[in-house]
Write a protein that binds this ligand. Sequence first.
Ligand code: BGC
Length: 690
Amino acid sequence: MRRMTLAEKIRMVHGAGFAGFPGNEPSLVRSNGGAGFVPGIPRLGIPDLNMSDSAVGVSNTAGQGRYATALPSALALASSWDETLAFQYGSLIGAELADMGFNVSLGGGVNLARDPRDGRTFEFMGEDPILAGNMVARVIEGIQSHHIIGDVKHFAVNDQETGRMFANSVIGRRAMRETDLLAFQIAVRKAHPGMVMCGYNLVNGVHACQSPFLLDQVLKKNWDFKGWVISDWFADHSAVRAALAGLDMEMPGGRYFGAKLERAVEDGRVPMVRLNDMVHRILRTEFAVGIVDHPPEREVPDIFKGFRVAQRVEEKSAVLLKNSGLLPLDPARVASIAVIGSHADVGVLSGGGSAQVSAPGGNAIAVKMPPPSDFLARVMIPVWDPSSPLKAIRSHVPGARVTYDPGTDIAGAVAAARAEQIAIVFVHQHTMEGMDVQSLKLPDGQDRLVEAVAAANSHTVVVLETGGPVEMPWVHRVAGVLEAWYPGIRGGQAIGNLLFGTVNPSGKLAITFPQSDAQLAHPTLTEPPGPKPKPFAPTARPPFPIRYTEGLKVGYKWFDAEHERPLFPFGFGLSYSRFAYSGLRARLRGRHLQVRFSVRNTSARAGTEIAEVYLSFPERSGEPPKRLIGWARVVLAAGQSKTVRMSIGALYLSIFDTRLHHWRIYPGRYTVLAGASSRDLPLAASVTLP
Ligand code: BGC
């Protein structure tokens, strides 16, 4: 840094532009085709930064003619509760980024599902900060293990898409620390991501990318973050203010951190030490993660490895929500199946926006593409990955008749369902960045389709391909429900294996499924006054408040506190095995809570149970009824029993004291609860915390 000129320093703290936007720098031609590019300084051996979105795989690569593995959604991954798997997920992304010549990843989304209608719910890790923070931390570690700079985003409380450029998230300080910020805190402290991306929104009246509270006080001082803060694309609103607040790099261009910042440094409005700090953070990270010593080497991505990881993730994260005994399907007894709906003959759905992974060979369904000038219409087209559930199902029952009906005409679907022994209906909900869903109802009359098919065939199973929770008014009339999320490039095969029991389902919901929107903390989505904002429109409108009055009570904590019965609770998921819990012991040892209990597989089938531990706080602590503090995936042979041991550190037992400005343990009597879901906790033990 000592050898850098002022111009070179300024050059490092902003991007070179964005394809299709005015004002790009000539160096942009060197870009590798990702969402962001910051030219390096060849004279000093400082590499170009080539950034790609990578929430669920390396995004939008088809324009460069590249293949990338479409992984199941991040919410799917979170529903595996499997941290080793999360590392493999990140590692695959890191490897493929390197194969394509990228050295910076823009994945790591961990905004809490405060509102399940958020169009990006599929990109994030669900509603619980401890589960989400730990899972995203492992993803980031996996990415950075390939010498790719990782990030965590969108900091902070960027929890809906509607009006995202001018939404003002209003939330109490304790609530913020214990919910949305805790997920980031865990990720930053455990995984040391190279970057934190600040969001578009305002938090308590201040734009996230120029918030001294968020960027300087919390992130850099309290959490000792050593990387750099990168703005979301066009989320910076100033030079001096943002620089002083702690923003270190503006993306995608240099609207503020180019000439304006240079002038501000020259005339002293931004001290040189602050610019040096920005540059130091960037340089330090480049060496710490290893992009200087280990530049990416281009390779053809290992597609088969990608297939294996994608399938493994889906098989561990799909959630069996209902089974009245029909599943797993027994090939010896299945004579015929009607597969219905959602293009299940050719593919599985994926989520849209900057997380969109290009489908190999193009969209599996035939679509008429709008002209390139109509960017919005093009990005809104749902992309189906070429992985056919129909073919996978057929492969399990080669002797049976397996038909396909598109489900577009209810009478046709009913006839198809009536003609066969079993009906499997695929339903879907497309979601994407830039917009939210208006309600949790399935779109396009799919509820009517399921009702009609279920009325025609009592052996009806529903497979959901959704971004997050949806209503299921027909749930009592069907024999089985499998939540497959956006299942990725091997989704069809994984769904087939799960339905036929080749793989025993083990995923559990990382997000509550309400019965309807009416049960949510916010029964309707908060929208700005005036005209409905257009998705992705760069808008300068006066901020409108989203009052997160539920505060600490996100997801299951809200349902617990309000005594609402969800459709399917957080942490819920069935298996083809059965498990029994016994013998809970909890005691304090030093600053750790030691928890021990047994889980037995009481069935004749090997399976994996995610065992969950919650803590219920003393009444006067002001906490919601309970908090998830630990979990374990317990692999059990038929009849086998295992002792599960957990040691839970002080942070997860603490509350954030806004007077002391730090975490502390509230003294009193606590109840430790263990079991199979947030609403199935047969074991309880009490413990006193000093
Ligand atoms: C998204 C970010 C993304 C960036 C670059 C933004 O619109 O909010 O998540 O990383 O674009 O594509």
